[in-house]
Design a protein around this ligand. Sequence first.
Ligand SMILES: NC(=O)c1ccc[n+]([C@@H]2O[C@H](COP(=O)([O-])OP(=O)(O)OC[C@H]3O[C@@H](n4cnc5c(N)ncnc54)[C@H](O)[C@@H]3O)[C@@H](O)[C@H]2O)c1
Length: 196
Amino acid sequence: MNVNDIRRILIVGTGTMGQKIALQCARFGYDVIAYDSKPAALDDARTRIAAHAHEVVEKKLMTRAESDAALARIRYTANPEDGAAADLVSESVFEDVELKGRVFGQFDRICRPDAIFTTNTSTLLPSMWAAATGRPDRFLALHFYDVWEANADRIKRDYVDRGWLGVKSGRGFHTYPNPAWSRPDFITGLQGGACT
Ligand SMILES: NC(=O)c1ccc[n+]([C@@H]2O[C@H](COP(=O)([O-])OP(=O)(O)OC[C@H]3O[C@@H](n4cnc5c(N)ncnc54)[C@H](O)[C@@H]3O)[C@@H](O)[C@H]2O)c1
């Protein structure tokens, strides 16, 4: 599978960041499977994602019709097996090394071998879970922050296949590498910025 073939994105953990990433993916046309192990967290996510969508409309970053279409592309589930259809997994569970390792192992068994796995970790290293994913060459940190404006950065690591995945995977979210903010191992993207 090529990065351009990505259609379905599985969000694992629908807390603060999972909610924003789910909406951001849906905004740019991806079908989103929003999974959390706690049903109450899913109820909360549904309410908050609608509120975030309203905020994005207020900022004139999308229209009401685009917001409605984006919200309709998000499906909520407490059943991890629903993740089997995912082309890309975006993990946003608690910042806990062992928990993230268990989660990647769980979805390695559920997802297709060619699915791309990503972590939204802020402070840990993706190499900690490369083996647990069962696909170290298809695993990277795709880190979202300041979600609506600066959107995402991609942390390149040696084991990511020549770094191409890290650069290209942000393009689906309309972010482009910003050389001024980037370092060799840390590419920062700007939404709608110039493509370099
Ligand atoms: N909060 C931020 O500002 C921020 C910014 C950038 C990156 N991050 C990173 O994003 C990740 C998530 O942070 P957050 O602030 O959204 O956390 P959060 O506490 O708001 O949400 C975590 C969610 O994970 C769920 N969860 C826990 N165990 C799970 C499991 N086994 N399966 C599925 N879901 C599970 C919880 O129910 C909860 O809904 C962390 O790695 C953090 O470092 C956070």
